[in-house]
Design a protein around this ligand. Structure first.
Ligand code: UD1
Length: 417
């Protein structure tokens, strides 16, 4: 099992250019199932989750090949609408393929994605929305069987603005006769990016990023080239990495507006922040002030995917902070590992109470999930002495060789296979 060895205490310094977003790439790859022509996706990052999504396409009979930095996809020969358990279990995002499969084949058999390392992650909203569009769904023996032969445009109200449900419904409706409206959809930038990509292929979608999305069904989609948006969570992780080490960083190729909920808080903690159109400069100081309170919210609120990194920063700030996790019930699983490093954190249900200590101490810790795992790397960067982060396959799901990026900023970190 690979692990990271980190010798903490170096202030990071330098520039970092952000990869394309995992959470934009995954639904965009899934949506290519709707098209029978060639699609070229630019700057495809080397994240394990993306490679697993590529396997899902190939299993349907599509071609999907990396050539240099580009991903070439062709759905001409797709012949089946089935995702088996062994593929669905390695990547929860396989559920995003359901809407696209129904649009293309009018039927699908998809293994239930089940729970995961950050919580139960139900899909009731996805299925309710599809039923509202006339899809017949039977759940049996771990599989979801869908018949969309009578699917029609219609109105779907989402009780909660779920990112995945919104994306699935958009994909299901693109080739569906009539007009579909999604009320109370998720407004995350990745939804807007999916709309822009599908519209570039000939879809008619309007309103992503607002309270109502309208999809007017079209006959077919055509091939295109597209570069998905930069990853706001990686951009935020790198800002926090510089902040926690007392260093400085220029995060380039990002969309600052997408992480304004983060950088305004870092500013409040005492970081100097300078925002330009596509980059953010951060200068930290030796000990930052605690932000007192943080709760995770749907976009444009503070993202749950940056909660673990921000909690870790609070462990070494001056003062006390209460962190409320509103999205996923198991997102504090990494906290016992931080406590091994000397952090003073108490968790009760979905709330963490963090009392800042002057410094963390290196220790052997285990990544429990993607964002919790990267948070332990941040802890290791600022801790006194050596930290070993085990089970880093979690981190590789959404960061491409993060050790290289951190090394280029002056950190002492190496991967040991
Ligand atoms: C996506 C992101 C994930 C991010 C999350 C919230 C991808 C690949 N993943 O996950 O990184 O943390 O958005 O920003 O884009 N819920 C239900 N029923 C459903 C669907 C969701 O109850 O049918 C609940 C979930 O349990 C959770 C909340 O809604 O409490 C948000 O989930 P959702 O927005 O759907 O997240 P994902 O799309 O799974």
């Amino acid at each position: 099992m690979s692990k990271f060895l980190i010798n903490g205490g170096t202030k990071l310094s330098g520039e970092y250019s952000v990869d394309c977003a995992k959470n934009a790439y995954l639904p965009i790859i899934a949506s290519t199932i709707l098209c029978k022509e060639e699609i070229i996706l630019k700057d495809c990052p080397f994240f394990a989750d993306i490679d697993n999504m590529i396997l899902i396409l190939r299993n349907l009979g599509m071609t999907a090949e990396r050539k240099g930095t580009e991903l070439y996809i062709n759905g001409k020969n797709a012949y089946q609408s089935y995702i088996p358990t062994e593929l669905a279990k390695v990547i929860r995002s396989s559920i995003f393929a359901l809407g696209a499969l129904l649009g293309r084949f009018e039927k699908a058999k998809v293994a239930y994605p089940g729970g995961c390392d950050i919580g139960l992650r139900p899909i009731d909203l996805h299925l309710k929305g599809l039923r509202d569009l006339g899809v017949k769904i039977i759940e049996s023996h771990g599989y979801i069987y869908c018949d969309a032969s009578k699917m029609h445009g219609g109105q779907v109200y989402l009780d909660y603005p779920s990112v995945g449900a919104t994306e699935n419904l958009i994909m299901a409706a693109v080739l569906c006769k009539g007009i579909t409206t999604i009320i109370n959809p998720a407004k995350e930038p990745e939804i807007v990016d999916l709309q822009n990509f599908l519209n570039k292929m000939g879809a008619k979608i309007d309103g992503a990023g607002t309270d109502i999305i309208t999809i007017t069904g079209v006959e077919e989609l055509h091939g295109t080239e597209y570069r998905p948006i930069p990853d706001r969570i990686i951009a935020g992780t790198m800002l926090i990495a510089a902040a926690i080490t007392g260093g400085s960083i220029t995060v380039k190729n990002c969309i600052p507006q997408h992480i304004s909920s983060l950088y305004t808080k870092l500013q409040k903690s005492g970081c100097e922040i300078d925002v330009k159109s596509d980059c953010i400069f951060l200068q930290s100081k030796d000990r930052l002030d605690s932000i007192s309170f943080l709760d995770t919210m749907p976009y444009p609120g503070f993202p749950t995917d940056l909660q673990a990194q921000m909690l870790t920063l609070q462990t070494v700030c001056k003062g006390y902070c209460i962190i409320q996790e509103n999205m996923f019930e198991s997102r504090f699983k990494f906290v016992p590992e931080l406590i091994k490093m000397g952090a003073n954190v108490r968790v009760h249900q979905r709330t963490a109470y963090v009392s800042g200590v002057p410094s963390l101490l290196g220790a052997d810790v285990f990544a429990t999930d993607l964002r919790g795992g990267v948070a332990l790397v941040l802890a290791g960067l600022c801790a006194k002495g050596y930290t070993t982060v085990h089970d880093i396959y979690h981190i590789d799901r959404g960061y491409s060789h993060i050790e290289d990026a951190l090394t280029s900023l002056g950190a002492s970190i190496k991967r040991v296979e």
